[in-house]
Design a protein around this ligand. Sequence first.
Ligand SMILES: Nc1nc2c(ncn2[C@@H]2O[C@H](COP(=O)(O)OP(=O)(O)OP(=O)(O)O)[C@@H](O)[C@H]2O)c(=O)[nH]1
Ligand SMILES: [Mg+2]
Length: 409
Amino acid sequence: MANFFKKLFGKDKEKDQEEDIQQEELLDGEEQLSDEEIEKLLFEEEDLEVDAVEELEISEVQAEEYDEPSEQEPDEESFQELEISEIEADVVDEDEEQESDAVEEVNVSFFSKLKDGLFKTRKNITDKINDVLSNFKSVDEDLFEELEEILITSDVGVETTMRILDNLRLKVKQQSVKDPMLIKGLLKQEMVEILGNTTSAIGTHSPEVILIIGVNGVGKTTSIGKISSRLKKSGKKVLIAAADTFRAAAIDQLEVWGNRAGVDVIRHQEGSDPAAVIFDAISAAKSRKTDVLICDTAGRLHNKKNLMEELRKIFKVIDREYPEAHKEVMLVLDATTGQNAIAQAKVFKEVADITGIILTKLDGTAKGGIVIGIKSELDIPVKLIGVGEKVNDLQEFVPEDFVNALFGE
Ligand SMILES: Nc1nc2c(ncn2[C@@H]2O[C@H](COP(=O)(O)OP(=O)(O)OP(=O)(O)O)[C@@H](O)[C@H]2O)c(=O)[nH]1
Ligand SMILES: [Mg+2]
């Protein structure tokens, strides 16, 4: 626990100032990304998405065929200005859906939900792989090149794709594979190996604090609603802290999710100090003997420096006031932003010891290959995946299930 948030606070007060300077340097120094680029990454997702598509797509037409923008893309202006009336309208809709959800729960298994959620990615990756494999009579370099293109256009990432293909070539040689159809099994093995199988669930300790961070619109608040509901159903005492005080609508949105899950939300007024909300929430969690405290944070502030400073203060309060609590820092990334999600993670990694990733909106993208890229490039476990907007559409990430669902098996 002592090293938790190690980059964020000093061991004593004297060091605080020095660390502040280091922190500044961390954020503003010779990073691979320029300051301007980081600002852009954190605050201008509209551009990000366009950039991601423009820079990274080898076969734009092919990918876009399946990658229609979802209604909930973060570039929606309306999301920023979300009115309470809109939130309420949403609740009515979702409440109606809840009943059918309950029925659906019985019939639709966890796995088929995952399969459905990965529909666009499956079309983009697996259908194309099947096509290629059935068109080839032997396993040769042209076949590997075709596979390479498919993986890169699905946002697996160049480096990771190369790694997968090198290992594949090796296995093909070692096992003297001649039949192209056998490649699929080897490819699956390779993906499962990269993804690993060491995911530890969140919300299993008591007391536990789960801090949810990420840029605006990625799905932080929605994920908190989904996690709260799951934990509550599993018998945990849950409390939510509305530490995104930047917009009143954000607090109301969280309260709506809290009500739905039957979980209390500790809130202050719009514009109040987020660290003070966390302080109060910790006091409440202690006196109510809460098992899990989940904290929402702002994704958009006036600038990157404010955002990082705010997180820093929050971390400090948690560490000081709740040292006995197990801590999880979950970074939420939007799968539809492709490689930019990885760039965002790199920025947040500099200021927080991220313990896991929640990858949302996998249902809205053909580029679910990003899961493999994230694991391979960042080495932070993807712990939860969002495959839809409803309360039950957040799943624990199990590599083998994911790869099987991806290959439609
Ligand atoms: N399709 C789909 N939509 C999702 C998923 N997760 C979240 N969303 C949608 O994404 C939009 C933004 O979600 P929020 O939870 O409000 O995002 P946020 O990160 O809290 O945003 P800020 O509060 O502005 O920082 C909402 O319309 C959600 O319904 C998912 O897994 N799939
Ligand atoms: Mg939010």
